[in-house]
Design a protein around this ligand. Structure first.
Ligand code: 5GP
Length: 193
C-alpha cells in the first residue's frame, strides 16, 4: 500500500536489532487518516470473507483493528496480556514470546467473546517472527472458530514469520512488506507485488 510505504520511508526509523520504529504514526502516536485508509484496504482484500469478528492483541493492534472494524461492521476482541496466576477456566490462553521485549507472556481471551460461530479476521501492526500470530491462531482454533484471514500493517519480510504463517495455509496479507533495512544508512527496501 503506497500511502503506508511512503509514511514508513518518511517517518520510520531503523534501529539496531532489526527493529523499525514507527511510533510517530502507527503504534504510539496514531495517524487515524492512515488507519482509515488501511481499514478500507483490509475490507477490499477480505471483502468476500464472511467475517463477523476481528481479533487483535494488546496494545498496538487495537487502534488499527478498531478503525478497520467499522468497514466490517464487526466487534473487536483483543487478546489481553495476563499474569498466569490469574488464569481460570473461563478463558482461552496461550503464551507468546515478544520480539521487541524478548520475554514470554500469557495472553487470554474470554470464552464469552470467541466461539465456534465466529469467522475471524486477525489484525496486528507488525509481523516479525510470527509468534504473536501463532498465539492468536491457536486461540481461534481452541474456540472452534475459523480464521478467515490475517491483515498486517508492516511485515518484515526478512524475518521468518510470513513464511511460517503462509505455510500454515492461512490467508495472510500485509499492507507493506519490508525486504531489507539498514540501521547505518536508514535505507528501507519494500517488496514489489
Ligand atoms: P512477532 O511475534 O511476529 O515476532 O512480532 C510481532 C509483534 O512484535 C508485533 O505485535 C509488534 O508489536 C512487535 N514488533 C515486531 N517487530 C517490530 C518492529 O520492528 N517494530 C515495532 N515497533 N514492533 C515490532
Amino acid at each position: 500500500m503506497k500511502l503506508l510505504e511512503d509514511m514508513i520511508r518518511e517517518k520510520g526509523v531503523v534501529k539496531a536489532g532489526n527493529v523499525l520504529k514507527v511510533d510517530s504514526f502507527l503504534n504510539h502516536q496514531m495517524d487515524i487518516k492512515l488507519f482509515n485508509e488501511m481499514g478500507k484496504e483490509f475490507k477490499r482484500i477480505f471483502a468476500d470473507k464472511p467475517i463477523n469478528k476481528i481479533l487483535t492483541i494488546e496494545a498496538s493492534g487495537i487502534g488499527i483493528a478498531c478503525v478497520a472494524a467499522q468497514y466490517f461492521d464487526a466487534p473487536v476482541v483483543f487478546a489481553k496480556k495476563a499474569q498466569s496466576i490469574n488464569i481460570d477456566g473461563d478463558v482461552y490462553s496461550t503464551s507468546i514470546t515478544s520480539f521487541t521485549h524478548k520475554r514470554e507472556y500469557q495472553v487470554i481471551v474470554s470464552k464469552k467473546y470467541l466461539s465456534s460461530d465466529d469467522h475471524v479476521l486477525i489484525i496486528d501492526d507488525f509481523l516479525a517472527n510470527g509468534c504473536a500470530l501463532k498465539g492468536l491462531i491457536e486461540l481461534v482454533k481452541d474456540a472452534g472458530a475459523t480464521v478467515e484471514g490475517i491483515g498486517i500493517a508492516v511485515e518484515k519480510g526478512f524475518q521468518d514469520g510470513g513464511q511460517i504463517i503462509r505455510d500454515m495455509g492461512v490467508n495472510l496479507h500485509s499492507l507493506a512488506i519490508v525486504d531489507s533495512m539498514n540501521d547505518a544508512t536508514g535505507e528501507i527496501v519494500f517488496r514489489q507485488e
